[in-house]
Design a protein around this ligand. Structure first.
Ligand code: NAP
Length: 276
């Protein structure tokens, strides 16, 4: 009798930059699991064919990243409530009965990362200020509302995109102009950058940060560099800071567990393996 070796992958276009193979590869080695996780470059026109073929080749599931996160919802047989709410999925599970299950674990990863990095964080203690209304922002907003932030102030350079999110997520979301961000910092209990500003190769996040103060939780989705200007200034002002790498690591936990049958640990060894 032959042993089945479980396979998983990340599908994107492009995909060479993805750190998910290092991440899952580290866990596979650590837990002695005879599986493989590979990056596959899939153009949008081939997505349907590839997803229908992979289960026949021994794949137990895949991560999906840009530009496929929305399109996979239409290919799945079952979509979790949180993926429906967010309007995108990052994880597919190919079930033994042939059904494709889509989930979005980005918000879970975001919250778990803060809980691990700042165990005293009380999301209900005050308003959250969220910068950005791009693809990542939807999962962040959904998860912050889910853990009970009383108010979520949302600012985006293109205001209409923030207003669209407000229409989708309801009255706890309040939209402000991008130029007003500096004035809102002091009143925020939780501050999150979901824009690409501050990332290597992108412009710096240049909003006035003099309202930062001790007691605030500040986190950045950007993790290249790990210590963004926002996080450096927040730490200098006495805020609690959490970097963005942990979100990437934690979002992978539920998928790895479902595919390979082992709940993996997020720890310093994993961080070092992914940063290598
Ligand atoms: P996206 O959909 O392209 O959205 C980009 C966001 O940045 C939009 O809100 C955009 O505003 C804003 N922005 C870009 N240039 C700007 C500028 N010059 N001035 C002001 N705002 C600007 O990207 P995404 O998928 O949401 O990703 C955003 C960042 O999060 C990326 O750095 C990504 O690597 C990171 N991320 C990290 C994780 C993690 O696990 N840590 C997960 C997902 C994403 P407009 O709407 O006005 O264009």
């Amino acid at each position: 009798m032959s042993t089945i070796i479980p396979l998983a992958a990340v599908l994107g276009h492009p995909i060479a930059h993805s750190r998910s193979p290092q991440l899952h590869g580290h866990w596979l080695a650590r837990y002695g699991i005879a599986g493989h996780y590979v990056p596959i470059d899939v153009s949008p026109g081939n997505l349907d064919d590839v997803i229908r073929t992979l289960p026949k080749l021994g794949f137990v599931g895949v991560n999906v990243t840009i530009p496929h996160k929305e399109a996979v919802l239409g290919l799945a047989d079952l979509v979790t409530d949180r993926a429906t709410l967010i309007g995108a999925a990052n994880t597919l599970i190919f079930r033994k009965d042939g059904k494709i299950h889509a989930d979005n674990t980005d918000g879970y990863g975001f919250i778990q990362n803060i809980r691990q990095g700042a165990p005293d964080w009380q999301p209900k203690a005050g308003p959250a200020l969220v910068l950005g209304a791009g693809g990542a922002a939807r999962a962040i907003i959904a998860s912050l509302l889910d853990v009970g932030v009383p108010k979520l102030v949302l600012a985006n350079r293109t205001r209409i995109k923030a207003e669209k999110l407000q229409a989708d997520f309801g009255k706890r979301v309040e939209v402000i102009d991008w130029i007003q961000v500096g004035n809102q910092i002091e009143d925020a209990h939780t501050i999150v950058n979901t824009t690409s500003l501050g990332m290597v190769g992108h412009p710096e996040l240049r909003v006035p940060l003099d309202g930062l103060r001790p007691g605030q939780l500040v986190t950045d989705l950007v993790y290249a560099p790990l210590h963004t200007r926002l996080l450096v200034e927040a730490a200098a002002a006495g805020c609690t800071t959490v970097d963005g790498l942990g979100m990437l690591l934690h979002q992978a936990v539920p998928a790895f567990e479902r595919w390979f049958g082992q709940r993996p640990e997020v720890d310093d060894q994993l961080r070092a393996a992914v940063l290598k």
